[in-house]
Design a protein around this ligand. Structure first.
Ligand code: GLY
Length: 384
């Protein structure tokens, strides 16, 4: 089994080579603390983390790095929680950096889950017009998705990630052993993205996930090779379309319906649970449009329903019953400038459909969206 891997994000085309490696190795955080892993050179390091992760790993990392006389090392922590992903937190972090005298040669080490990575990356992108940062993701979702690709941002009162930048990290350092402390809700978040990566680009990985034991919900651990596989898929897509001009949209598979469910539930339903349902619904739309090969559609449905059953999610019924509200959220959330919904849809396991013009964003009618919610209600009812 693959226990260590280096995945390259190749951004060597265009102006300046901003390529970087995602290093995935069990125990790599210990190596970092012990000073046996080399970090990108910097005059000072600022470990940005949240209160939960600071308690588990923050002090150890700072003390380890300080002991190696790598220059100045400071720990900057903010209160944990999605609600902290805002401009107030970014401002507080930037102010601390300013007060500590951080210069342009400083490097931020973003140690934590998606909120930490997004906020720390955002601050790194604007502080003194941009300093370097390293992602050290500690949740499964951050390891397989948000730490790779350079999307940074904070939420605003009018929506999620409304202030943000593209700012690629200098490196991503991923230690799967830290996942042992994750709550169950976090597993489904990462697992959903792993399944998504398999459907959009890696049929072999899909088969591997399907062959996991029946009650599999990720809480008993995720094989490292699946983390590596998902990172490969994400890195490959970002390398080809950093700015989401077209191809990168395939990473949003399951997220149009998924985000609508998440928003409509007031974020009570987890991102992962919503993405599982989103892939069920968007897969159904692809099948209805005749683009998703039937046998593959059935395999996807079977796996997603199995994961859904193991996830033990409650409180879905009121969310699914208000279809107009869901459609409103989907239309408000869409990441395109056109007035209709567009989705990335699978053609077969491991390959996404393209239009005649070779585009990955497929127009989908409001009616198809609404009918896919009816489909979800039926499919889940027959699961009870
Ligand atoms: N999570 C989707 C992307 O990074 O593009």
């Amino acid at each position: 089994m693959e226990k260590t891997a280096t995945v390259r994000v190749d951004l060597s085309r265009g102006v300046g080579d901003r390529s970087y490696d995602v290093l995935i190795r069990e125990g790599v955080l210990e190596e970092l603390g012990a000073g046996s892993l080399r970090l990108p050179d910097a005059e000072s390091y600022y470990v940005v983390t949240d209160s939960n992760v600071a308690r588990l790993y923050g002090g150890r990392l700072r003390n380890g790095l300080s002991g190696q006389r790598r220059g100045r090392v400071e720990l900057l922590s903010f209160r944990a929680g999605e609600a902290r992903k805002n401009v107030g937190t970014a401002w507080a972090l930037a102010s601390r950096l300013g007060a500590l005298g951080a210069e342009r040669g400083s490097v931020i080490l973003a140690l934590g889950g998606g909120v930490v990575g997004d906020v720390a990356g955002f601050v790194a992108s604007v502080y003194k017009r941009g300093i370097g940062y390293v992602q050290i993701p500690t949740t499964l979702l951050a390891q397989v998705d948000s730490s790779i690709g350079g999307k940074t941002g904070v939420d605003a009162p009018w929506g999620k990630n409304q202030l943000g930048t593209f700012h690629q990290p200098l490196a991503v350092i991923t230690d799967p052993t830290v996942l042992g402390t994750l709550p169950r809700r976090e597993w489904i978040n990462g697992l959903a993205e792993i399944v998504k990566c398999a459907v959009i680009a890696d049929e072999g990985m899909f088969e591997r996930i399907s062959s996991l034991p029946a009650g599999f919900d990720g809480s008993s651990g995720i094989p490292v090779e699946l983390i590596v596989g998902a990172c490969r898929v994400k890195a490959g897509v970002v390398s080809r379309d950093e700015r989401e001009l077209d191809l990168r949209a395939i990473l949003n598979y399951g997220h149009t319906v998924g985000h609508a469910l998440e928003s409509s539930s007031g974020y009570r339903l987890s991102h992962g649970a919503c993405v599982i349902l989103g892939m069920l619904a968007e897969g159904w739309i692809a099948s209805q449009m005749g683009v998703f090969r039937e046998a593959d559609y059935e395999k996807q449905t079977e796996l997603l329903l199995r994961i859904w059953k193991g996830a033990g999610v409650t409180g879905l019924r009121p969310v699914l019953s208000n279809k107009k509200r869901l459609l409103r959220f989907a239309l408000a959330d869409k990441k395109t400038t056109s007035s209709s919904l567009r989705m990335s849809l699978p053609e077969r396991l491991g390959r996404m459909h393209t239009t005649k013009e070779g585009r990955h964003k497929i127009p989908v009618s409001d009616e198809a969206f609404v009918r896919s919610i009816d489909y979800l209600r039926e499919a889940l009812r027959s699961q009870r």
